[in-house]
Design a protein around this ligand. Structure first.
Ligand SMILES: [Zn+2]
Length: 377
């Protein structure tokens, strides 16, 4: 049985994918520069990631652009054309465009007029071709256990599997975690940081009518995102500590399974917690069943995990899910998943959790980091 440390940092996790893409050897030859591009998004992205080196660009002869090696160009192509065309469905998501070396010289996409020359430069420099990608259907939610969860008739069978196959973790007595409140009426009153009153329950991902849930996290930045706090809000953060070991069902665990993505319970749960409010009916049913099975709460992946860690939804290599086939699948899953806690009932009132400290939180910066994509393809 695993335990959560008493102090977790909120440093961004390192990305196994970034490590994978930066360790190939492309000889370091500069092929293009940021000034080569007409498309403003490509130019800005190339400038951000390119190398500051003296000398003229071998392509456009500009001395001022940031230089790009073959690896830089492939990474630029991935961000702009693959990530930049990723479309989310009710569950899952998939890019509209992909590229690989087999499609070099056989590109079939129809970009804006101003992108045509840029695409030719990228394709010739990196020896790749862009094509319309027909996603494997599991990527857009064609996952049997997920479809069964959506079906009220079959839901309970899958939930029984969830309770059996996901591990139990202990949130150890005295391990600190946080709960944020935006505009509490009496910020110094510890009871402000309990779950909402029972009559108000039933609006969130895991609470139901007359079943309140206390949402908390060991990552303060995630709390800020989850609260949708803005710089104008009065925000307070309570540091909470369990008064006894709490039994939690860990839904952030990467299940080891011997099935395809189409049959994967792991993929179903992963997609469920990255989906929007249309999925709450299912996650609430899981929470109620976990309570009936004697758990004090669940650990679940934050909806904002991907934004916070820089992960990308449902990343694949050759149509296989990296979450499942990455050599370090477990580390991979963990690197892109931020665990949140949902503790059942009103644990502060019940004295199973105490308020250790309350602070005002002054937001000085709320940042978005992004990249560009094409408008038509
Ligand atoms: Zn150039």
């Amino acid at each position: 049985m695993g335990q959560y440390a008493t102090s977790q940092t909120s440093m961004p996790r390192t990305s196994p994918i970034l490590e994978m893409t930066t360790t190939s050897n492309d000889g370091g030859t500069h092929l293009l520069c940021s000034d080569c591009f007409v498309d403003e998004g490509l130019r800005l992205d190339a400038y951000k990631h390119g190398l500051e080196k003296e000398g003229d660009c071998p392509n456009c002869k500009s001395p001022n652009g940031r230089k790009l090696t073959k690896d830089h160009i492939k990474a630029l192509a991935w961000r702009f054309f693959v990530s930049g065309t990723t479309v989310r469905g009710a569950y899952g998501g998939a890019p509209v465009i992909q590229f690989n070396e087999y499609h070099y010289g056989k590109s079939d996409i129809s970009p804006s007029q101003w992108l045509k020359g840029d695409i030719k430069l990228i394709e010739d420099a990196a020896k790749i071709g862009f094509f319309h990608y027909g996603p494997r259907l599991w990527m857009v939610g064609e996952v049997e256990p997920l479809k069964d969860l959506e079906d009220p008739e079959k839901r309970s069978q899958i939930i029984a599997r969830v309770l059996k196959e996901y591990p139990e973790r202990t949130l150890a007595k005295d391990s600190a975690f946080y709960r944020l409140r935006v505009g509490p009426r009496q910020p110094a009153d510890p009871s402000e940081y309990d779950s909402p009153p029972t009559e108000l329950a039933g609006k969130g991902r895991l609470d139901s009518v007359s079943f309140p849930v206390l949402y908390g996290s060991q990552d303060i930045d995630i709390c800020i995102h989850e609260c949708r706090a803005t710089a104008e809000d009065e925000v307070f953060v309570a540091t909470l500590k369990p008064q006894r070991d709490m039994r939690l069902l860990d839904l952030t665990h990467v299940l080891k399974e011997d099935v395809t993505e189409f049959e994967s319970l792991d993929m179903a749960i992963h997609m469920l917690f990255l989906a929007r409010s249309h999925s709450y009916e299912i996650s609430r049913a899981i929470a109620l069943s976990a309570k009936d099975a004697g758990f004090d709460g669940v650990i679940y992946p934050s909806f904002f995990s991907l934004i916070r860690t820089g992960g990308r939804p449902f990343e694949t290599a050759y149509g296989l899910s990296l979450r499942r086939f990455h050599p370090q699948a477990e580390e991979y899953g963990r690197a892109f998943t931020i665990p949140n806690f949902a503790l059942f009932g009103r644990p502060i009132e019940k004295r199973s959790v105490s308020v250790h400290c309350i602070n005002r939180l002054v937001l000085t910066q709320i940042g978005y980091v992004g990249h560009f994509g094409p408008v038509v393809y």
